[in-house]
Design a protein around this ligand. Structure first.
Ligand SMILES: O=c1[nH]cnc2c1ncn2[C@@H]1O[C@H](CO)[C@@H](O)[C@H]1O
Length: 323
């Protein structure tokens, strides 16, 4: 039995195994840059962060129907459950789908939300969502995305994030979108401090980020590090992802030990497990090697989770029983 785990940072589009992605692409008449499993796996050998984002957008554009989105949640929930997951806060990126293919917002949100209901019924795994905007996203599209996300609050959407190529530009243009989400009861959970440094993290915190996706570059600034620790801002750390996108050179250079020593709470996740060839057990294992025990990763998950009280209470009870 693997220990209970919480995963806070997983892009659902990045959980689709090559064989399933090919099947979905065929079903939807979409062309992929490779049409074999080996070909896709070659494509997943990323040269750097920019290359990773380009491939990510290209491949995930094959998703089209509510049933595709539902299937993606259910497939991953099954895998995550097998690795001990008891709670997932999953990311999906609706704006790219709407922009590239004119797919309806409700098609996307309904599909994902139905997947969460099915995951709960079939696997007893609770899934909540934090949709992502992307840096460079047209401002109006971002604001629309925030508005739709708020509408799905009672169906499992708990936050709004932003991802993409971090060096592309600041978060400032999205201030209003973030405000719409916050006013509607959603938390702001952006990517920051992954490919860019401490300034990017400061900007995110100033906009009200309650948790950070990655955030590892906080180690470059000791004042910021102390502030994150004091405010209890949880970082969702993904060791293999950082190596695959080249933002950390090798495991022994990973900043996790410094973050932990500074008292910053770190949860552990896979990010895009199919693209990075990893799973939740493996990430928890790497974290242990870097000096972060599974119990601490779980506790950081509980501290940062955005779900309702009732679910949180269940997660806390499991912590007491060895989580
Ligand atoms: O590790 C990651 N960092 C940043 N963005 C990511 C990552 N994984 C997936 N995305 C997704 O890539 C899209 C690019 O426009 C964004 O929607 C973001 O959510």
């Amino acid at each position: 039995m693997t220990s209970p785990k919480i995963e806070m940072h997983v892009h659902l589009e990045g959980t689709i195994r090559p064989v399933t992605l090919l099947e979905i692409a065929r079903r939807n008449g979409e062309a992929l840059p490779a049409d074999t499993v080996d070909g896709l796996e070659d494509l997943y050998r990323f040269t750097d962060f920019r290359h990773f984002i380009d491939v990510w957008v290209m491949t995930t554009n094959c998703l089209r129907t509510a049933d595709d989105f539902r299937q993606v949640v259910v497939d991953y929930a099954r895998q995550a459950r097998d690795h001990g997951a008891v709670y997932l806060e999953a990311i999906f990126s609706p704006a790219e789908r709407v922009e590239a293919h004119g797919i309806g917002w409700d098609e996307i949100y309904t599909g994902y939300c139905e997947g969460a209901v099915e995951a709960q019924e079939r696997f007893g795994l609770t899934v909540r969502f934090t949709p992502d905007l992307y840096r460079g996203c047209p401002v109006e599209l971002a604001e629309k995305c925030a508005t739709v996300s708020v509408r799905y609050r009672d169906r499992g959407v708990v936050g709004l994030g932003i991802g993409g190529y971090e060096l592309q530009g600041p978060l400032e243009p999205y201030r209003r979108a973030v405000r719409i989400a916050q006013d509607g009861g959603l938390a702001f959970v952006p990517h920051a401090g992954e490919a860019a440094g401490a300034e990017s993290i400061r900007e995110a915190v100033e906009l009200g980020a309650v948790r950070l996706r990655h955030g590892i570059r906080a180690v470059d600034d000791s004042l910021l590090l102390a502030e994150l620790a004091e405010r209890g801002v949880v970082l969702d750390v993904c060791p293999t992802s950082n190596l695959c996108t080249g933002v950390v050179e090798r495991l022994s250079a990973h900043p996790l030990p410094q973050l932990r020593d500074a008292g910053v709470l770190c949860s552990i996740s896979t990010d895009d497990p199919a693209m990075f060839g990893t799973d939740l057990d493996r990430e928890y294992e790497l974290a242990e090697r870097l000096g972060l025990p599974a119990e601490d990763a779980y506790a950081a998950g509980v501290a940062g989770a955005l779900c309702e009280e009732e679910v949180l209470k269940r997660l806390l009870d499991m912590e007491g029983s060895g989580g």
